[in-house]
Design a protein around this ligand. Sequence first.
Ligand SMILES: *Cc1c(COP(=O)(O)O)cnc(C)c1O
Length: 398
Amino acid sequence: MNIDSICVKEFDPKITTAPHILPIYATSSFCFDNIDQGIEIFNNIESGNTYSRYSNPTVDAVAAKIAQLESHGSPDIQADAILTSSGMSAISTLAIGILQAGDAILTQENLYGGTTELFRGLLEPLGITTIFMNLRDLQAVEDAFHKHSNIRLLYFETPSNPTLACLPIRELAELATRHGALSCIDNTFATPYLQQPLRLGVDLCVHSTTKFLNGHGNSIAGAIVAKDKTLLRKKIWNAMKLAGTNCSPFEAWLTHNGLKTLAVRMERHCKNAQTIAEYLENHPNVAKVNYPGLPSHADHAIARAQMSDFGAMLSFELKGGFDTGVAFMNRLRFCTLAPTLGDTDTLVLHPASSSHLRVPPEVRLRNGITDGLIRLSVGIENVQDIINDLEGGFSDMP
Ligand SMILES: *Cc1c(COP(=O)(O)O)cnc(C)c1O
């Protein structure tokens, strides 16, 4: 071999060694010993990787871990998962994988904003309609299934953004199954450490791993977890492969790094959030606190029945309106003003002036998003530092 060819040639892929830490397989393709082996792998006769849009060892290792977390404790559930390029691509890949023109989605009004836009703006023109309703009303859900025989998917979030409203998972999953529809839950807020929807009868789970699963705010990725391996591998994986919504190995690797501390982070997140919720509930400038861990929360009993703890997300209403909310945000020094959630540091958001600025006020108010509502993604810092900062935010208020 000439020296310029030595520069070009790859390393010997047959090197076998045992890395302690998951390596990043930054490779678009995988090579074959011979053409027969290539054919067998392409035809799924022999297992193996061909091309990283189809599968990649780094990505698959992380997907397998998330599937294991979602079904942990139920050996009868053989969950399977794929990773996607974002939480939104998990939801869109799932939708185009299992739905077609003429089908309908039954869901709630207070979904993650991007999901509502996806359903209305992208799926509706393709002939997939969405019925929005209050899913707390199980009789109304039952009636909707009778009225619309084309409902193929019951899609929901619990706890939901930003008022932490909770929905009864087992009851909704049972209704979907009885009417021949699939159920899917966005489990981003709770994570499988606090809530395992597949074990409560739900068929599919999606995640924005960007949030708590990564936990460190340094990657964007998503996951789809299914109880039915065939549905996932045939329809949903196929949609991912053809829409090209696969996760990059680097993003998967960052997610994996974060996942290692999920349990310890969630325990601290929950402990801090409960302490802050109780502090806020007793504060004279606060009209209302939305945290499922408070007995005063309308859905406390539902949350208690299906979650092992109540999570890091909470919101509260300041006495006063829009300007009070803006002034409060501007006085914070320790908490970070950033439009995400689930990171190790405490993040604060004023929905009326940011995430919900373009949502019609009547829709916003109907879902409890008042002008003075503040949302907190409680971090894992020393809780006293967070409380001191909030106390500073309240200073000078009447
Ligand atoms: C952030 C988020 C999404 C979208 O996830 P991306 O990773 O930003 O695409 C979906 N659902 C919920 C509940 C979220 O918080």
